[in-house]
Design a protein around this ligand. Structure first.
Ligand code: GLU
Length: 556
């Protein structure tokens, strides 16, 4: 008996290959029923392999899957841990905790405190019997067979195809074990020869399969005719097989994954069909790219520090700001939506898969910094302080001690130019904070005095000494400003730039120059937030001593 097995021989083969107590696949169909969700509600998933640390691309994909499911749908986390050799210690926890710390919380799946949800187990390593049940179903239907080819034999097939310039693969006449008789199989099995289980592909390379990708649109590719491996020699499924079984039984409606999987989609569609499953909708995400020497390449785990999500945490980026940035590259509609909905939660954005970028978007650090500045400028003082403190506790002990030593003082600093319609945009990430606020603390106040071009050192001394007589910090900002104007006119500076511009020869300079001198004395910098607020926070004594210190400096 060659090739075509009949029903009895299929059963005979299935009994040879699988444990007697493997359940029928119907058992799992009933155990994991349809979700009964309303029409159009999506079930999405992230299916990472714990073979490294949380990668920006995985975070990106998680975000898109979470957003695509929306608030009504289900987004779950499945762990594809079938490749023990490539597994990294702690990789699993890093992924799960990383996602949660970014606010991407799955509705079900593998969680830090264990499995959650009715479709468990969500770790592929715990789903062995399920894959075997599905594999047995295929063997029973004559759609799968054991292959005993050794590495050497496969190498020989490859060599033969290569030398004849023929498409590589285990298909057609190259699929040697496809035609083993049941007796031959039995004999090999009893000799203990290792084997894999292969699909008996009914496909034909000449035929086309077409599918509509939810992001990329209509795609046409040749049908799969390769007898791909379903179960490896240790009985562990391949990605292809596990994908079909899991996404069917977990009732995924949309498989949204990296576009490196497009080329495998004909295999996947074929598997769904042969297994009698309704295929999910596919959406293939374009990768995040990096520009290098004028060309584009994929962000690389090995070469780019920003490829690891850890990098953003260490630098002190606000997780939400990173997500916000990722959405700007995921969907062109996001920025318009954001302009129209300034205070809305990003998760309220209706991410449409068909509006997503079809080709790889460039990772743009400047843009991320800009988005982050905007984001932080809109945070309340309280939120700034609590985020900064939790970052500093982990990454900058000195800053943590300084801030937590007097939280009210720290809050006053961060409240400057905040909680107003046009808040000041300055800090993009928390590792910039220490430098940014250094002049508020005497031990980190290292002035870099700098004067406007038209102001001499002796002019500066005069301004500082006169201002120090009464810095006017007890009233409100208008009173203070009036006092500076008076100072201007008494010292021969114009009270505003317009006046100065109309008669420049009449003045030594204008109010901007006078404030610049006070600013450099008080903060040691050329630019700062609201000067009056800064002096109020520093207090009269410290303000005066800084004015004097600078005056002494300019006298030399
Ligand atoms: N484990 C696969 C990966 O990490 C999953 C791809 C998918 O989402 O189906 O690339």
């Amino acid at each position: 008996m060659q090739g075509e097995f009949n029903l009895d021989s299929n059963r005979y083969l299935a009994d040879l290959l699988f444990d007697k107590d493997i359940k029928d696949f119907e058992y799992y169909e009933e155990k994991y029923p349809h979700r009964g969700l309303k029409e159009g509600v999506k079930v999405t998933r992230l299916a990472p392999s714990p073979t490294g640390y949380l990668h920006l691309g995985v975070l990106y994909s998680a975000l898109i899957n979470r957003m695509a499911a929306g608030k009504d749908g289900i987004f779950y986390l499945r762990i594809e841990d079938t490749d023990k050799k490539r597994e990294v210690e702690g990789g699993l926890e890093d992924i799960v905790n990383g996602l949660i710390s970014f606010g991407i919380v799955p509705d079900e799946g593998f969680m830090p405190d264990g499995e959650k949800g009715p479709y468990a187990p969500y770790r592929q390593r715990l789903r062995r019997e399920i894959y075997h049940s599905a594999a047995k179903k295929l063997v029973l239907e004559g759609l799968a067979y054991p292959c005993f080819c050794t590495e050497e034999e496969l190498e020989q097939i490859r060599g033969e195809q290569e030398s004849q310039k023929i498409r590589p693969g285990y298909y057609g006449k190259y699929a040697r074990c496809r035609s083993l008789s049941i007796d031959e199989i039995k004999e090999k099995l009893s000799s203990g020869a290792p084997y894999v289980l292969r699909l008996k592909s009914p496909g034909n390379e000449e035929n086309k399969v077409t599918f509509t990708d939810a992001i990329k649109g209509k795609i046409e590719m040749p049908e799969n005719d390769a007898d791909i491996v379903l179960l490896k020699s240790d009985g562990i499924p391949t990605y292809h097989f596990a994908h079909a079984v899991d996404d069917h039984l977990m009732r995924t409606t949309h498989v949204i994954r990296g576009d490196e999987w497009i080329s495998s989609t004909p295999i996947h569609l074929q598997l769904f069909r042969l297994l009698g499953f309704k295929p999910p909708k596919y959406a293939h995400i374009a990768p995040i790219m990096k520009s290098e020497g004028g060309s584009k390449r994929k962000l690389s785990k090995r070469r780019d520090p920003e490829a690891a999500v850890k990098y953003f945490s260490e630098q002190g980026f606000e997780p939400r700001a990173v997500l916000e940035y990722l959405l700007t590259i995921a969907s062109s509609g996001f920025e318009d939506w954001r302009r129209a909905n300034k205070d809305a939660d990003i998760f309220d954005f209706d991410l449409k898969l068909n509006k997503m970028s079809q080709s790889g978007a460039l990772f743009d650090m400047d843009k991320l910094l800009d988005v982050s500045k905007n984001y932080i400028s809109r945070m309340s003082t309280e939120d700034v302080l609590s985020s900064l403190l939790s970052w500093a506790e982990k990454y900058d002990e000195a800053l943590y001690n300084r801030l937590s030593g007097d939280k009210a003082y720290a809050a006053a600093i961060f409240s400057i130019d905040r909680d107003i319609p046009k808040p000041r945009k300055d800090i993009a990430k928390w590792n910039e904070a220490a430098q940014f606020i250094s002049y508020f603390y005497d031990d980190t106040f290292v002035p870099q005095y700098e004067l406007p071009e038209n102001i001499s050192a002796s002019d500066a001394v005069e301004i500082l000494e006169r201002y120090a007589e009464n810095p006017h910090l007890d009233g409100d900002k208008t009173q203070w400003f009036d006092s500076v104007k008076q100072l201007c006119s008494s010292l021969g500076y114009a009270e505003n730039t317009k006046e100065y511009k109309s008669e420049p020869d009449k003045y030594k300079g204008h109010i901007g120059d006078v404030s610049a001198v006070i600013r450099t004395a008080v903060t040691g910098r050329k630019n700062s937030p609201d000067l009056f607020e800064i002096m109020r926070i520093l207090g009269r004594d410290r303000t005066s001593s800084r004015l004097n210190r600078a005056a002494e400096y300019f006298k030399k």
